[in-house]
Design a protein around this ligand. Structure first.
Ligand SMILES: Nc1ncnc2c1ncn2[C@@H]1O[C@H](COP(=O)(O)OP(=O)(O)O)[C@@H](O)[C@H]1O
Ligand SMILES: [Mg+2]
Length: 399
């Protein structure tokens, strides 16, 4: 029996006979090449092995003859059916009839159902395995992301801790240096004060009783001036070596600034220094007025020295808040020579001075820092070489 043209959808039937029948010997699955009239032109080895027919027996046979459950129509291009094998057995198969790319022939592919089901099962297993792996990779990715974030966070924390440690170390060195120097100063002050008083008293008396034109008068004056300078240093050292904490009580820093200026004003004017006072209302602080006044005097004296040809001294106070704490900021700013960057880290060191011998003791800033720390505060410096320096004394407000 020959298959009529109307038994298969039009799309499946080649209108013209192609020149060469495609080679299908390399295809592993059972396939047949179908030509014009839906007749088989060629089968591969898997096809003959499955069906038991040799190629010459199949040639020209419409493929649908082999499919027992074939029903014509559009959906006939693929489906499930029983395939008639040579030995009279029916083999359950899945089949498809599709165009061959670049050819007018069609290809008839059959897969035994057992195998198709096995393949399907394998496919679905592979798919679930793939999904499982995808889920695993997603979890892994999330884990890595979280780990990276954690790592970033701990790195920041570690850096912060290291910074704190370094600061504490610097403070520790500073405070042990100060303690050692304090003890040393206390004994020095004790040893020096006595003979110094004697020298000062004697030179004073000698100057009074010697004629101004006498040979030794000027030399005695030099001794007296040197002793006066030494007394100044001893006075500094005395404050420095005072180990007991000063009495602290609520005070207004603005009035401490005003009191200090009463002492300093004339002095500043005589050095052609104009003072700009910019005081804001500030909360009370727990402090010792004499000690804070000393800080101001030290800072103003340094400002004066930084402006040998005169200039502007600005003093301001501000009420500030930082990290939920209320602070008082006192600024002492000059328009002087500025502090070179290479020494800015050393200016608080005891006995560090850039001034000529006899002019600087190198104790002003280290004493000031000690006092400000007693007030639980800190000192910050801003300086531009050639333009001036601002010292910021920051003290917590009384809460
Ligand atoms: N306002 C300032 N301008 C420039 N340099 C300053 C200023 N204040 C301090 N310095 C520098 O810091 C050094 C240390 O100051 P200080 O401890 O007061 O000691 P001294 O004034 O006796 O030198 C000074 O010698 C100076 O080099
Ligand atoms: Mg000084």
């Amino acid at each position: 029996m020959r298959l009529t043209r109307t038994s298969l959808p039009d799309a499946q039937i080649s209108k013209t006979r192609p020149l060469a029948i495609p080679d299908i010997s390399m295809i592993g699955a059972p396939v047949a090449v179908v030509g014009d009239g839906a007749g088989i032109c060629r089968v591969n080895r898997a096809f003959t092995e499955l069906t038991g027919f040799f190629e010459p027996e199949l040639k020209g046979t419409p493929v649908v003859f082999m499919l027992k459950d074939f029903k014509p129509g559009k959906s006939a291009l693929r489906g499930k059916s029983a395939l008639a094998a040579k030995n009279g057995h029916d083999i359950p198969v899945s089949y498809s009839i599709s165009s061959m790319p670049g050819s007018l022939f069609q290809v008839f592919t059959i897969i035994p159902r057992v195998e198709a089901e096995k393949l399907l099962k394998e496919l679905s297993e592979k798919q679930s395995e793939l999904e499982r792996r995808e889920r695993y990779i997603e979890c892994f990715r999330e884990g890595v992301l979280k780990m990276t974030n954690d790592l970033d966070r701990s790195e920041t924390e570690l850096k912060g801790a290291l910074r704190n440690l370094q600061e504490t170390q610097v403070q520790l060195i500073q405070s042990s240096k100060m303690t050692a120097l304090g003890e040393l100063s206390a004994s020095l002050v004790h040893e020096i004060s006595q003979p110094l008083t004697v020298i000062r008293g004697l030179t004073h008396g000698m100057l009074r009783t010697t004629d101004e034109n006498a040979e030794y008068h000027s030399k005695i004056r030099i001794i007296g001036d040197a002793a006066a300078r030494m007394e100044k240093i001893v006075k500094h050292l005395r404050t420095f070596s005072r180990s007991e904490a000063p009495a602290l009580y609520p005070l207004d820093i603005n009035s401490v600034v005003k009191d200090a200026l009463l002492i300093l004003n004339d002095h500043l004017l005589s050095h052609s220094i104009e003072t700009v006072l910019d005081l804001s209302p500030v909360p009370l602080a727990l402090g010792n007025p004499n000690r804070l006044e000393q800080v101001i005097i030290n800072l103003v004296t340094n400002a004066r020295d930084a402006m040998p040809n005169g200039g502007v001294l600005t003093m301001s106070t501000r009420d500030e808040a930082m990290d939920g704490r209320r602070l008082i900021r006192l600024m002492v700013k000059d328009s002087g020579i500025g502090i070179p960057e290479e020494i800015i880290d050393r200016v608080f060191d005891p006995f560090f001075t850039t001034k000529d011998t006899g002019k600087g003791t190198g104790l002003g800033l280290s004493i000031s820092l000690g006092i400000v720390r007693e007030h639980k505060g800190e000192i910050k410096i801003e300086s531009t070489r050639g333009f001036g320096t601002a010292f910021h004394v920051i003290i917590p407000a009384l809460s």
